[in-house]
Design a protein around this ligand. Sequence first.
Ligand code: LLP
Length: 418
Amino acid sequence: MRSYVEETGFFGSITAEELVSKYGTPLYVYNENIIRERMREVARVITKYPYRANYSMKANSNLTILKIAHEEGLNADAMSEGEMRLLLKAGFENDRIFFVPNNVSDEELQFAIDHDIMVSLDSLDQLELFGKLNRGGKCSVRINPGVGAGHHEKVVTAGKKTKFGIAEEDVDKIFEVAAKYDLTIAEINQHVGSQYLDPEPFLQAVENFLRIADKFKDLEYIDFGGGYGIPYHKLDDEARFDMDSFTGRFTALLDDYVARLNGPIPLFKSEPGRYCVAEGGVILGRVHATKQNAGHKYAGTDIGMNVLARPTLYDSYHEIEILRNGKAVARDNMEEINVSGNICESGDLLAKDRLLPHIETGDIACVLDAGAYGYSMSSSYNTRPRAAEVMICKDGNDRLIRRRETYEDLFSLFPDET
Ligand code: LLP
């Protein structure tokens, strides 16, 4: 692929140059059509059985994007009271929200109970706490299916070495705690990890998980979690996650489960976050300096690890397009360069030893696939206000969907300043 933003018409009826002069940099820009298209894909993963995709909002919690997910008919999962509050604000009905926390306080559980939101309990301890707070209630338990997957050890959330879920050998204890507090285990859920393009480990986990599901009676829901990967190396034409073959193999595992089921078929669910929003978001930043240090070239931008943490945190790869005079600079005449941010850490690198077209001071750097775990993981490190977010709407027009943080916003938390 030559240029993702040009081939997709990402910026609608405005140019990147106009966007940055109107809203400043760094700037998150989203494309509504791409986001809606991806949400429709995840809604169709299972068609043979009752199925619902939950948008996992930790990937991107902008209110406008939550409203789009709601309009697209997705349910949503929340990790915290803040996420539940935001989903309710976006118009999600309580029975379309699933609270999947770990290690939460009584108060946070109580918020879900008071709002009649289904909760997943991640340990026997938390199940016990839920029982005390809501005797006779209904809940889900998170099972560790024994197999994990993901792009980095920090995002593998099942298998032997993880803090998540209840191990298979403890399943009988779930029934003991449930009996003690007269709880109905109406759902079981898993999440094996994030960003897998090879579905094998996930399918293996599903098989294990459904075998564990046999031990539960009259489940209303079975939730398989999220994790579908996206092609971060898209300018090199990396293959997409093969949804069609995935659907076929996933459905076959459900067929086996349904065939041995003694009771009504539960509603099957999943929790994709990244897949829904990653490709529908980019970051525009300005190249403020270029230099050469001990034979290595550097392009210094205003897209630091405060704006996009993923490269620093996981060594994640994000394609970068260089935009100049309203066009993507051709990908010939490439040179090896480091692209850095403006934060006071040597790990503040967007790209290491990357082959990119020759970069000049004043160019716009456009970081692709930044719609997931971008803004939602950003910070005000080095006292830099968080970026603004703009949506390119269905009609091609741009709309500010989160204003840029101000110094007043940042300083307003100091008691003496109010
Ligand atoms: N459900 C649960 C319980 C989860 O913990 C997660 C992600 C998801 C669903 C959604 O996973 P997804 O479909 O987005 O892969 N910050 C990391 C990713 C952390 C994912 C944490 N849990 C990154 O930037 O790669």
